[in-house]
Design a protein. Sequence first.
Length: 511
Amino acid sequence: MNASEFRRRGKEMVDYVADYLEGIEGRQVFPDVDPGYLRPLIPTTAPQEPEAFEDIIEDVEKIIMPGVTHWHSPYFFAYFPTASSYPAMLADMLCGAIGCIGFSWAASPACTELETVMMDWLGKMLQLPEAFLAGEAGEGGGVIQGTASEATLVALLAARTKVTRCLQAASPELTQAAIMEKLVAYTSDQAHSSVEKASLIGGVRLKAIPSDAKFAMRASALQEALDRDKAAGLIPFFVVATLGTTSCCSFDNLLEVGPICHEEGVWLHVDAAYAGSAFICPEFRHLLNGVEEHLSLPREAAGTAPFLLAHNEARVPSLSLTHQEHSHSVVRPRARGAQVKKRTDLTGAFRLDPVYLRHSHQDSGLITDYRHWQLPLGRRFRSLKMWFVFRMYGVKGLQAYIRKHVQLAHAFEALVRQDPRFEICAEVTLGLVCFRLKGSNKLNEALLESINSAKKIHLVPCSLRDRFVLRFAICSRTVELAHVQRAWEHIQEMAATVLAAQGEDKAEIKN
Ligand code: PLP
């Protein structure tokens, strides 16, 4: 393909994408395919000779689209929203065209510098304390991690390195293995599985703190676990608090948990992978309160800053925070911004400098080499998307976007509350509603099965204190009240069928 064909095909592709998204409502949200559907449809080996673009795009409709779950359909209410917006897609094209791998400042200065500035913009939108910003000479700053899972893992590994170095400085005879077997991380029983995965990869034990009636981690339960473990000779070193849990969007009590971590010298990582972007709205910013309190404690010293990591030199503590680097879903899927208050907490943990990656400015103190802030070496020019989206939506546009999603969730909640057969299972704060039929888990499993088999809308469940619960997450950029109402009518119809079938089952048993 030469430049002139690229111009032509590029325009066709833009039309294809715009048609796809404009017409997405007409496509069935969940595909009708069985596992293994695709292999028989394509050749077993790559073609020896070049093929035509027309043939490929034709196959997209014939082979790919039938197996696509349409995450941006206004009838997709599963998981959490993932990003999509036209400005982000345009920026993605440019990102692909520049095609740099910005692991160091020298590898592409604009790639590094735009990311630093974008993360500062985001930090300001979130009203983070000044310490988390890079500014012109700050010690903090932000980084775009590939996923929230990576952000948590990087924070855990950095905390592990830090506590190990601290302990070895005080007692040089301690081996790393001896320290590792005593290290304990903590998180609420509502935390995302990525926290457990991080502890498995990091080779440290993780303890689940029982959450309270509102599914929040509170001071007393955390303190009790820390005291018990310290008395047993273990070393608490890392706590993950979640703001916006995956199951029900509950919020751990940061105002309580932060000071404990500070007092105990434990690194606090805040996972706000879903809810974080909502904090750009002043009315939701209070959900992040505690970041400031933690930082303003007198023992607080130079903190960390690429994940929203706040930090305390006294022993190990740090605070890190992961959040989507956009508003709910307009920048890009799964890329997570993370900020720290003291960048050396991360860079010190992971720094390796082979000759082929060195450059003349690396020790100047003037630049950032993001390769030291993350697991992979390579990184794309992802901040272009933030730049395009922030500029083309403006903060007001992003706030309006979030508010609309939250309003739609409340509208759905109101509909559920009007139907006495149903119950709401957790407080609705942002765009997620947890609900169920009053009755057994089996009944609710049957309801979800019937909804997802009909494929008019798509939902996923969660388990709250062993109760099977349906989650209704406002996801699509184009979802409107009418879609939510239609989805609710459909759920009611399915519920009527499931309840009728249950009545028949009961009658059969009696007979
Ligand atoms: N943390 C929370 C609260 C989440 O909801 C999710 C995913 O939805 C994750 C972490 C993992 O996200 P990622 O896919 O970016 O690793």
